[in-house]
Design a protein. Structure first.
Length: 244
């Protein structure tokens, strides 16, 4: 049980460090603070999971070059499948590297791979030995209390964020009875006025792309529109052309 508590603490520590890295990078690039990440709180779970996986696959590795390569492989696979799973589940593309060279389906690219490898080296040889020492020399009860608090607030954060995304998808569906201009107007206005979380996500993920396809009847004709963020594209004629 102590080992489980230890790894949960490490997960939160590295998830917070990942958030700090992303925020600092954004400040350097855009000269402004942006609360990065899927959740509202200062935590990026993908970093926590990524580091734990790196520690797992490099446990018996002493060669720093192999550690570097394994870190790149683990983080690239994790980033790719995280992007794919989140898009399938939420109908949302959270980041898009399509405009960068050497990308794979816009989900990962060469620009992020080298930093992944360097981060792996930093974790394995510097950060993790230090955090292991701190956790091992902290009272077990204190570690359990900290883990309990973190888990509670992160779960609450996750529930709130998912609830907002579900509301957005539901709003798109309930707008299907209106014609295309009304759908565009209603979705755009609702997102702007009623969803702080969505606006924050848009700042965190500039390439955030929420999609939804709607079939509705207007003047006896079945029409199809594609919702992309707050824009609406009428697919009716395109689909007719394909059928012909």
């Amino acid at each position: 049980m102590e080992l489980v508590v230890k790894y949960i603490l490490l997960f939160f520590i590295y998830a917070f460090i990942g958030w700090c890295i992303e925020v600092v990078a954004k400040i350097i690039d855009d000269r402004k603070f942006v609360n990065r990440g899927f959740l509202i709180g200062p935590i990026l779970p993908i970093y926590g999971i990524g580091v734990l996986l790196i520690l797992l696959v490099t446990k018996q590795t002493d060669n720093f070059i192999i550690v570097f390569i394994k870190a790149i492989a683990v983080c690239s696979v994790l980033e790719y499948f995280t992007s794919w799973i989140m898009e399938v589940f939420f109908k949302t593309r959270w980041w898009d590297y399509s405009r960068r060279k050497f990308n794979i389906n816009g989900r990962i690219c060469a620009n992020t791979m080298i930093p992944f490898g360097l981060l792996g080296l930093l974790v394995v040889y510097v950060l993790n030995p230090f955090f292991n020492y701190v956790i091992d020399h902290s009272p077990y009860v204190l570690n359990v209390i900290i883990v309990g608090i973190f888990v509670f607030f992160v779960l609450l954060d996750f529930i709130v964020t998912v609830k907002v995304l579900v509301k957005i998808k539901r709003k798109i569906r309930t707008s299907a009875k209106d014609n295309t201009p009304r759908i565009r107007s209603k979705i755009s206005k609702w997102l702007e006025n009623n969803s702080y979380v969505f606006r924050r996500l848009k700042k965190s993920f500039p390439d955030l792309d929420i999609r939804g396809k709607i079939d509705y009847v207007e003047n006896g004709i079945v029409k199809t529109v594609l919702i992309v963020n707050d824009s609406v594209v009428d697919l009716t004629e395109k689909l007719r052309g394909k059928k012909r």
